[in-house]
Design a protein around this ligand. Structure first.
Ligand SMILES: [Zn+2]
Length: 430
């Protein structure tokens, strides 16, 4: 692949480089990730709130949403995690990134950093002039700072840790790469020619760093500490595959149900847990994506204070999304137990029913939970036809309908039932 050594690289280009660095890596196990079932790894039944920094508003929303966990908060001390627990939110996770302060009390960023070819501190093009320099994964001072931060987060009550931009040093190859003495020395020992193999070298260095960091965090905690990273494009290429789950920011084009379905089928085969956050102000799309992602075996972070590329941060009206998260909790055991199946809606419903669903912008996700077949009716874009639809099964079966706008399981019917296209309904067929 072509590597752009120029300095006009965007953050998106840098992220893309990071995921294409080792796409065919043998390091990515296709069997299953060892961390499945570990405490701290989210489940589809989880309601996740993320407050990047501690705030009373975040705490309030977590309670309102019935959050089961809070992920990705930068906390070095204070009582936020304890306050969350006191409010009934069972678990919370801290965060680190590639830009640790030189010390908890000094807001400079110069210790253990990446250097350009001339020995100057390397800057990401989109952070020029801000004095925010990324740490070098081959510099022991950087690893020491990261371990200190992780320990501080754990001491403040974090139970797991998110690593933001863990692929930073791979991304940095697109805007100059790190040429510091630690990198040069390690490359020479390992036999890398940095002029020709910088990308491969920095990918391997990042893998070494994540392994060392995780070993250090586990040793400090005296247990296995679950760690996540943000994985651009929901890619599992290293270093993502060294973490226990991924959190990916997706745009409206990536929230397409067919695309999500394809991705999550692969995640299930890989034993991978994927959390997403949607970057869209479209409340209908937010609602549809919450329903779709949880139905497919993932989880979507409560749309609160979401970073937008085109203006102020976005928070959805809680009244419009809380019912969906209540539904996540209501059908949680079904969500956690369900798996993909080869059954399709066309195998279950009459052609007439499928046409009426289609016309009302309702899509279906069919899953299996044990001996039960689950059919999720996901609202797409409600139209003027948004009135309850009668759906008929192609073959007689007993059906139990549950719906997001109601808090209790509802009718048990045979053959046909009602679906409201403006909410998220699930039918279990026995
Ligand atoms: Zn370096």
């Amino acid at each position: 692949m072509t590597v752009n050594h120029g300095l006009y690289c965007s953050r998106r280009q840098a992220l893309r480089l990071a995921i294409t660095a080792m796409t065919s890596s043998a390091l990515l196990s296709r069997s299953s990730f060892a961390s499945q079932g570990l405490y701290g790894r989210p489940k589809p039944s989880d309601v996740i709130l993320s407050a990047r920094v501690p705030s009373a508003e975040g705490l309030f929303l977590a309670k309102l949403a019935g959050a089961t966990r809070c992920d990705w908060t930068y906390v070095d001390g204070g009582t936020f995690f304890f306050d969350l627990r006191q409010s009934g939110i069972p678990g919370a996770g801290g965060a680190i990134n590639m830009i640790p302060q030189d010390s908890p009390t000094v807001a400079t960023y110069r210790t253990g950093r990446t250097n350009d070819r001339n020995g100057r501190l390397l800057e990401a093009p989109w952070q020029r002039g801000k004095g925010l320099y990324w740490g070098c994964v081959n510099n022991p001072d950087f690893l020491r700072l990261q371990l200190e931060r992780a320990r501080n987060a754990l001491a403040a009550g974090a139970e797991w840790i998110q690593h933001d931009d863990a692929a930073g040093q791979i991304q940095a190859v697109s805007f100059g790469a790190c040429w510091c003495n630690f990198c040069r020395r390690k490359a020479s020992v390992r036999g890398f020619d940095l002029k020709r193999a910088m990308l491969q070298f920095q990918t391997e260095s990042t893998i070494d760093y994540v392994k060392a960091l995780r070993a250090g965090v586990n040793a400090a905690a005296g247990r296995v500490v679950v760690m996540s990273c943000n994985n651009f494009n929901m890619s599992l290429s290293p270093p993502t595959s060294l973490f226990d789950y991924g959190m990916c920011e997706i745009g409206s084009d990536e929230a397409d149900l067919d695309r999500l379905q394809q991705k999550f089928r692969q995640f299930e085969r890989d034993g991978w847990m994927q959390v997403v956050t949607l970057r869209s102000r479209d409340i209908r799309l937010n609602r549809a994506t919450i329903a779709a992602v949880h139905a497919l075996g993932g989880a979507m972070i409560f749309p609160y204070n979401v970073y937008m590329t085109d203006g102020p941060r976005y928070s959805a009206d809680p009244e419009l999304v809380v019912p969906l998260y209540r539904f996540v909790r209501l059908i949680g055991p079904l969500l956690d137990a369900s798996r993909f199946t080869d059954l399709k809606a066309v195998d279950l419903f009459s052609t007439e029913s499928l046409t009426s669903l289609d016309n009302a912008g309702v899509k279906t996700v069919v899953r299996r939970a044990g001996t039960r077949t689950l059919v999720h009716f996901i609202p797409g874009y409600p139209t003027s036809k948004s009135r309850p639809l009668t759906v008929r099964l192609a073959t007689p079966a007993r059906a139990v309908l549950q719906s997001a706008e109601r808090t209790e399981p509802s009718v048990s019917q045979t053959g046909s039932f009602l679906v409201a296209p403006w909410d998220w309904s699930v039918v279990t067929l026995a």
